[in-house]
Design a protein around this ligand. Structure first.
Ligand SMILES: [Zn+2]
Length: 479
């Protein structure tokens, strides 16, 4: 039987705030354990939480970027469970009346092409602390710096149909969230974590069957591998005639296996109830309208605009809109570097300048300085090939001009006609047989003769000038 995979994702994203969700402690990553804590985020009795306005603003921005309806009134709720890294015994989240619902995100599925995933809800919540099982032998240590850090949870409908598609959606989601500067989505630091629900059904069926949930994954490749493993497990079990049980699983990235979490964590009953210490979150229409209008251009709109304005194909446009910084760079370069058409500007940015980027996110060379290199090539002083060697040097030598760097590397081309004419004369004299054959009609020997002149110039002659000088010499002396 052929099976269809049904996947829905819950993504937890840390918001880019200076302080935590309900107190003034720093939300910075990497500080010494338990240094950014206070009575509120340690859950001491009597401490009162106060929502962080900037966190609300960023959550609203994320919701609008994902096409959600943002509700003027939402409710914080307590999600009750016991765990050592949760000192209050509950997490403040949103449940019945979340901040936003009903959005959608378009992305390109590797299997189905242009697709849209429905976003069921987006709500605000706080993070828990972090347990370390490997720092102190025989003991578990807890760091509460992360306790109370602001998150949004973004929940999709079960619209994804394969592990690879889940990964493509996550990539598109991360790009949107970074464009609107809601989160750095730094996965190594845990700023973006994924829970994935998966079930299978006979191909063509429409019902949803029992699903399992793989929790707390912090890499996109991990999500894809975990879902691939879980899909295979479910198909094998179903084909053996077993029932799939609803359960929570952990992915072991080292072994590539999914395994059940301990039983006490399998059946949660969170007993949500409204948070009595925080009044309903009420956002005025005017405030929401301001936030909505402040939304920057989103990746999809920018890709489309670049296709039209610069004559780029879809995949080309995607390369230079990967991050907002790269898209800004490309636009500045196309306008100021004098590269010519949009397509030529694209060639420079995609093939030469992006390679300078260590992180693939920003280009460490000012548009004006990159433009100096473009101008040297246009003037015939530098070959396109040699430009590739000048660019990284130019990044390192921040006080030198492109001309100085090219000179120092001995890469400047000679387009001085006197020198080139001499090399041409010497070449023709050295190869009389080829010259005769050329004149007898073997025109393909031009390539050989150009090569000989280039060799004589030790690669420094401008090939265009050599071509012109050779043609002229062969015509005049044959006359
Ligand atoms: Zn605190």
């Amino acid at each position: 039987m052929s099976w269809e995979t049904v996947v829905g994702l819950e993504v937890h994203v840390q918001l880019l705030t200076r302080t935590k969700m309900f107190c003034a402690c720093s939300a910075r990553f990497g500080d010494p354990p338990n240094t950014n804590v206070c009575p509120v985020c340690l859950g001491l009795p009597g401490a009162l939480p106060v929502p962080n306005e900037q966190a609300v603003r960023l959550a609203v921005r994320a919701a609008y970027a994902l096409g959600c309806a943002v509700h003027g009134r939402s409710i914080f709720a307590r999600k009750n469970y016991f765990y050592p890294d949760l000192p209050k015994g509950y997490q403040i989240s949103q449940f019945e009346e979340p901040l936003a619902t009903g959005g959608a995100l378009a992305f390109v599925s590797p299997e189905r092409g242009e697709m849209t995933v429905r976003i069921k809800r987006l709500h605000l919540e706080e993070d828990a602390g972090k347990s370390f099982h490997d720092r102190v032998p025989g003991m578990t240590a807890v760091d509460f710096n992360r306790s109370g850090v602001p998150l949004v949870e973004i929940v999709t409908d079960p619209d994804l149909r394969s592990p690879a598609e889940a990964r493509a959606y996550l990539t598109a989601l991360k790009q949107v969230l970074r464009y609107v500067e809601v989160s750095d989505c730094n996965m190594e630091e845990g700023s973006l974590r994924v829970d994935a629900n998966l079930s299978i059904r006979p191909a063509g069926a429409s019902e949803l069957r029992t699903r399992t949930e793989v929790k707390n994954m912090n890499s996109f490749s991990g999500v894809e591998r975990a879902l691939t493993a879980e899909r295979a497990r479910q198909i094998a079990a179903t084909e053996r005639g077993e029932r799939i049980e609803q359960r929570t699983l952990l992915f072991d990235a080292a072994s590539g296996e999914v395994r059940p979490m301990r039983s006490k964590e399998e059946s949660h009953d969170y007993r949500y109830f409204p948070e009595p210490d925080i009044p309903p979150l009420v956002l005025s229409e005017a405030w929401l309208a301001t936030e909505r209008s402040a939304l920057p251009e989103l990746p999809a709109a920018r890709r489309e605009r670049f296709e039209h304005s610069f004559g780029l194909a879809g995949p080309e446009s995607a390369v230079v809109t990967a991050t907002a910084a790269i898209a800004d760079y490309f636009e500045g370069f196309a306008a100021k570097a004098g590269a010519g058409s949009g397509k030529e500007a694209w060639n420079w940015v995609a093939n030469d300048l992006l390679g300078l980027s260590g992180d693939g996110e920003t280009i460490p060379l000012a548009v004006e300085r990159a433009g100096e290199v473009v101008q040297l090539v246009k003037a015939g002083k530098l070959s396109r090939q040699a430009a590739k060697r000048v660019l990284p040097e130019l990044v390192a030598a921040s006080h030198d001009t492109a001309l100085e760097v090219a000179e120092r590397l001995g890469l400047l081309q000679v387009s001085d006609t006197g020198a080139i004419d001499t090399w041409v004369r010497e070449t023709l004299a050295a190869h009389p047989a080829e010259v005769a054959r050329y004149r007898a009609g073997e025109v393909k020997l031009m390539g050989f003769l150009v090569g000989q002149v280039m060799k004589r110039s030790q690669g420094k002659a401008d090939p265009r000038a050599v071509n012109a000088a050779l043609s002229a010499a062969l015509v005049t002396t044959s006359g």
